[in-house]
Design a protein around this ligand. Structure first.
Ligand SMILES: [Zn+2]
Length: 677
């Protein structure tokens, strides 16, 4: 008798598919742990081979060998970390708690490998003639080792590693707490006066949410931004606005306690910075960015803060006047802001978001973004339903060069769901590189649009789609040799340039006319609506800039000299806001307990400012297109060749100056926000 046993092969151990898209159709939960274990082991032996190489250290046998190592680990890690963000499960979440510290420890072992570091130093100090991109890889690798503590004594380095591991655990719990509080809170409403003011599209989304949460026939609002924002904009009942707003600002400190976690995170970061020779965590983080110092950042923030405070006070006065005019006898509070802003917007511009939405069907907006890319760079996107995706809502495209050659693959994951964290982001399943084979990138854009058919977007969501698509292009059009320097692997305050500049095209009249077509009549958006959109661009910018900058200052405060001695999170927040004399009724865009940018990872810590830093670049950079033509071939080619293709192979200020011919000016930003005096 022959027993046949079905052998299931771990898809992570099979050859990479031709497209480079992971085998989502066959990856099961059981495969991850095994693939991580194999990945760690393989990477360890690859590192050992580099260290044990009897030949003297060279760029090729050390740096390039390092660049080639860890392939198996990267393969599983990209899938795992993408899915824990975009389609997580309880199983994945608990495995994440186990994998994250192991993963961090694995990388710490590499950066604290003294023999490996001494080989890198030998190449740094050696006489080898290197090409510019090789030199950049060498310097960046050396810097990453030094920043991880490679120059420290054993004891100090162990402490830095321990801190890294502890932080990795803490930031994971921080993010999970925010997700938990976000999923737990529901404002359940039934028919009647509670629903007054809410337009159909808001009610439909709330009904769908109720359906999903098994509360058919009711209306469920949550504190995810796409649910709470329209509620605050339209809900007439003031108590309900107050209730949901307070729930939102309590996120992470509601059923969970992120306050205690924040204090631990901040103290550990400060201790690590000191060990590494920096005064504060802010100094440590800024040392590896385009801005270089917290002082340079504060200088930029201050230049924008004063005019925006003036503007937000005028806006608050307008809102208070609107309250009075309606016979309201109360003082404007934070939860009133959106509601009365919407009324002033209507009165002043006669522009109702609801009137706009039929022009922004998701598929049309998507085509609009693709069309902008085609007109700028000659590239096109073709839908590929035959490729595997990790969730039925994800749509796969291939990106094609004007001459028909393949650029790479682009996955679009549009809709909100419980298994996805909030916000919108771009990520990669595979980075572009030309080391040996020409490796095509696999890029993903995630958004959180409420799912409905048709899915009609608001202006902010339209901008979000173009923004993430801009990151996508940065990943797709990358043309470098080394993966570590490819695509969006650039300085953190430079990475938002390609994304934010795309937002400008989204609202150009010429572009709007081509993609913003009415869902029923297919007629392009009329001129009067476009004029209104343009007229509203600087509207409420005092508020938007204030809430954003306040969060930037809060971030810098946590990671400056005083952060680690904070006794109480709320008191610290209040005193940081007092120092900048913030207007009372505008809260920072995120309060500490749900400030995920800065507390769910090191990456954006002391770095929330990066959007504004990059806005200086994108506003000034877009001026070049306005000067030469929105789709001017030479300008577009220069942007592609000098910015998008180069990744992190060249210092960002050099790249920018090559594109623009000079350093960026801050005035276009102030103009765009209506803040110039
Ligand atoms: Zn971005």
């Amino acid at each position: 008798m022959i027993f046949e046993r079905e052998i299931t092969v771990n898809p992570f151990f099979e050859p990479v598919s031709e497209s480079g898209i992971p085998a989502f159709d066959r990856i099961e939960f059981e495969h991850y742990r095994e693939a991580f274990e194999k990945g760690f082991a393989e990477h360890d032996s690859e590192i050992k081979a580099i260290v044990d190489n009897p030949e003297p250290p060279t760029f090729l046998n050390t740096l390039e060998a390092l660049e080639r190592s860890g392939h198996q680990l990267k393969r599983v890690a990209t899938v795992f970390f993408n899915l824990t963000s975009s389609d997580t499960t309880d199983e994945l979440q608990s495995l994440e708690l186990e994998i994250v510290p192991a993963y961090t420890a694995h990388h710490s072992r590499i950066t604290s490998n003294a023999a490996l570091f001494s080989r890198i130093r030998a190449v740094v100090e050696g006489e080898e003639t290197l090409q510019a991109e090789q030199l950049q890889l060498l310097n960046e690798t050396d810097k990453s080792f030094v920043r991880a503590g490679a120059k420290l004594s054993d004891n100090e380095r162990h402490r830095v590693n321990d801190i890294g591991e502890e932080l990795a655990g803490l930031v994971t719990v921080f993010g999970q707490n925010v997700l938990k509080d976000t999923n737990e809170y529901e404002l359940v409403l039934e028919n009647g006066e509670d629903l007054l003011g809410l337009p159909d599209f808001v009610l439909n989304a709330a009904m769908a949410e109720a359906e999903a949460k098994e509360k058919p026939g009711k209306y469920v609002f949550t504190i995810s931004r796409s649910s709470i924002t329209p509620f605050l904009q339209y809900a007439e009942k003031r108590e309900l606005r107050e209730e949901i707003y307070n729930a939102y600002t309590q996120c992470g400190a509601n059923s969970t306690d992120n306050h205690a976690i924040i204090q631990k995170i901040v103290r550990l970061r400060a201790e690590r910075a000191r060990l590494l020779g920096f005064d504060t965590h802010g100094d440590y983080m800024l040392d590896d960015r385009m801005a270089k110092t917290p002082a340079a950042v504060t200088d930029l923030l201050d230049r924008v803060w004063k005019p925006c405070q003036k503007k937000v006070e005028e806006e608050a006065e307008d809102l208070q006047n609107m309250i009075q005019a309606e016979g309201g006898n109360f003082e404007l509070e934070p939860w009133d802001w959106w509601y009365y802003t919407e009324k002033v917007r209507k009165a002043r511009f006669d522009l109702d978001e609801e009137l706009l939405k039929p022009y922004f069907k998701l598929e049309n907006v998507c085509d609009g973004a693709f069309e902008v890319a085609r007109r700028l760079y000659g590239i096109s996107f073709r839908r590929r339903d035959d490729l595997p995706v990790y969730h039925p809502d994800v749509v796969a495209y291939e990106a094609i060069e004007a001459d028909g050659s393949l650029i790479g693959y682009f996955l679009f994951d549009f809709y909100m769901r419980q298994s996805k964290r909030g916000g919108a982001w771009m990520s990669t399943f595979r980075d572009q590189s030309n080391l040996g084979d020409s490796i095509k990138p696999v890029i993903i854009n995630c958004c959180n649009f409420p799912k409905s058919d048709p899915c009609l977007l608001g202006m902010e969501e339209v901008r979000t789609l173009f923004h993430e698509f801009g990151h996508g292009l940065h990943g797709l059009l990358s043309d470098v040799r080394y993966e570590s320097l490819s695509g969006t692997n650039v300085k953190q305050d430079f990475v938002e340039l390609p994304s934010q500049i795309m937002e400008h095209w989204a609202v150009e009249p010429e572009v709007l006319k081509s993609y913003a077509r009415h869902i029923d009549s297919d007629k392009p958006i009329p001129d009067d609506l476009i004029e209104k959109i343009k007229a509203t661009e600087t509207f409420n910018q005092g508020f938007a800039t204030t809430e954003y900058l306040a969060a930037c200052y809060l971030d810098l405060a946590w990671h400056g000299a005083d952060g680690e001695s904070a006794e109480d999170v709320k008191d610290f927040e209040a005193s940081a806001m007092e120092k900048i004399e913030k207007i009372r009724i505008v809260d920072p865009r995120y309060k500490s307990s749900y400030f995920q940018h800065i507390f769910t990872g090191d990456h954006y810590s002391a770095g929330y400012y990066v959007y504004m830093w990059a806005e200086v670049l994108d506003a000034d950079g877009y001026e070049a297109f306005k000067e030469n033509g929105l789709f001017d071939e030479a300008t577009a080619r220069s942007f592609r060749e000098n910015i998008l293709e180069k990744g992190g192979t060249v210092d960002p200020m050099t790249l920018y100056k090559t594109f623009r011919g000079r350093e960026p000016a801050v005035e276009p930003l102030l103009n765009n926000r209506g803040l110039s005096s």
